[in-house]
Ligand binder design. Structure first.
Ligand code: ADP
Ligand code: ZN
Ligand code: MG
Length: 480
């Protein structure tokens, strides 16, 4: 155990899903050829005027409501000045002192990424403000390319309080934030498409002491690398202090291959952004009614869905957590669970079979050939003992690959479970006659061999005998 405690705060940029960019009518779209989604406004030509995107503002407010923020009834945009090729105007329209959302919180709970239990706690959300994204730079061997398709895409910045204490908590916070954005349709948060980007701030201190020197880590492109970089950086900072060294405020990069952070720049090169109110845009006013209208249209929080699954479908909190990580999965389960007697069985099939097969074949649940109705059909055949759980696995594979429904597969292959005790009785007698040595063992007290007999009978019945009946019949024969 280390005597130090880590202090972590995250700055997360999330692109807002909209039809068009923040201040012009260019499409907000990913994956088009470079510099094809541009116009004089997002290219920063002289004399053009920005027009704010209402949809982006409404979605940012929705994000704030989902995170229990206070929503500003009076808000404005500001200019943040800096010189860099990713910003043709040489300033970015952002929000400085009056962001749309402040003072929110995000609940984290359950097991951490590393498998350890985490404290159930709320992480404060300092603010969510809205700004325009900047161009994407690509560096080649002897030149760099600029793609302005991304310049002007609506971008939220979500700043957390320094409330996290472990890499696991940071991971959980990011997972929860992404989940909330996806549930409310605010963003897909696909990190590979740059829709979610995260800067990490981390310091260490002795418990109870004042905050230590903050170090920022950049170039993080997955939740996993964020977790790894934090564990590394906490370890590195401890090593420096333990050796009697001092930490200085700096920005470090993350090298995913070596698993180490490296110095990018120190505090001396910090920017002065010379913020001032954007003169080309009116302040934004929102009435209590407008905010209320947004609130009423919002879906259930992922956390509430999880609790409802535990309550209504009798799931463990962990299973409910896995089923609510993705909204599409939770909707799938919700639909299927309503059609069966034992939602718990439905949950098990999704978690242990369906999600695994989907991951293996790299398909999403919405493209899956087994619809919730079809999976419910399979669960019903298990519930009424038409097929055993073991046979159901074979049926499932056929359903997954060919899109057939469970009943059809079972009929075509003659897989109906044998529940007729006289038929099973014949297999039981056969198994006992064929294995006198094991009968001897059983009768001398090694009742463990019962499992061996169950296996033999299942084999003889080609897996179709009802396992409970098999056990009953075997016991009555062997014990007599
Ligand atoms: P800056 O002025 O450098 O931008 P802020 O106070 O605005 O710093 O904080 C930026 C982020 O860093 C926030 O997410 C905040 O929670 C986090 N943070 C602030 N101080 C610390 C600290 N001592 N250790 C870790 N994170 C911190
Ligand atoms: Zn444009
Ligand atoms: Mg700051």
């Amino acid at each position: 155990m280390s005597k130090y405690e880590a202090v972590i705060g995250l700055e997360v940029h999330i692109q807002v899903r909209t039809e068009t960019k923040m201040f012009c009518s260019c499409p907000n779209k990913y994956g088009e050829p470079p510099n094809t989604l541009v116009c004089p406004v997002c290219m920063g030509y002289p004399g053009v005027l920005p027009t704010p995107n209402k949809e982006a503002i409404m979605r940012t407010v929705a994000a704030g409501v989902m995170c229990s923020c206070q929503i500003a009834e009076f808000s404005k945009f500001d200019r943040k000045s800096y010189f860099y090729p990713d910003m043709p105007k040489n300033y970015q329209i952002s929000q400085y002192d009056l962001p749309f959302c402040t003072n929110g919180r995000i609940h984290i709970y359950g097991k951490g990424f590393s498998g350890k239990d985490m404290a159930d706690k709320y992480i404060g959300l300092t603010r969510i403000h809205l700004e325009e994204d900047v161009a994407k730079l690509t560096h080649f061997a002897n030149c760099s390319g600029v793609d302005y398709n991304r310049a002007g895409v609506p971008l939220m910045e979500c700043v957390s309080e320094p409330d996290m204490r472990t890499a696991d908590e940071a991971y959980a916070y990011l997972t929860a934030l992404k989940q909330i954005m996806q549930y409310a349709g605010i963003s897909d948060c696909d990190m590979e498409k740059g829709q979610m980007r995260c800067d990490v701030n981390v310091s260490i201190r002795l418990p109870g002491a004042e905050f230590g020197t903050k170090i920022e880590i950049k170039n993080l492109n997955s939740f996993r690398s964020i977790h790894r970089s934090l564990e590394y950086e906490i370890w590195r900072q401890e090593k420096v202090l333990e050796a009697g060294g001092k930490l200085t405020q700096e920005t470090r990069g993350w090298n995913d291959d070596s698993g180490e952070t490296y110095l990018m720049r120190s505090k001396e090169n910090a920017h002065d952004y010379r913020y001032f109110p954007e003169p080309d845009l009116m302040p934004v006013t929102l009435t209590k009614e407008q905010i209320e209208e947004i609130r009423l249209k919002l879906p259930e929080l992922p956390e509430a869905t999880r609790d409802r699954f535990v309550r209504d479908y009798d799931l463990t909190p962990y299973d409910a957590h896995v089923l609510t990580l993705e909204k599409t999965v939770s909707e799938y389960f919700d639909k299927g669970a309503k059609l069966v007697k034992t939602p718990k069985i439905m949950a098990n099939w999704i978690i242990s079979e369906l999600l695994r097969e989907l991951a293996k074949s790299e398909t999403s649940i919405s493209e899956c050939r087994i619809t919730p109705e079809k999976l419910a059909g399979l669960v019903k055949l298990i519930e009424d003992n038409t097929i055993s759980g073991k046979i159901a696995k074979d049926v499932f594979v056929e359903m997954f690959n060919l899109g057939k429904d469970a009943r059809t597969v079972v009929d075509e292959k003659g897989l109906v479970q044998v529940t007729d005790s006289s038929a099973i009785d014949a297999f039981v007698t056969q198994a006992i006659e064929m294995n006198p040595a094991q009968v001897e063992q059983y009768r001398s007290g090694k009742t463990m061999v019962l499992q061996f007999f169950v296996g033999q009978v299942m084999k003889l019945s080609k897996g179709k005998a009802n396992p409970q009946l098999v056990v009953e019949l075997l016991k009555s024969k062997l014990d007599s």
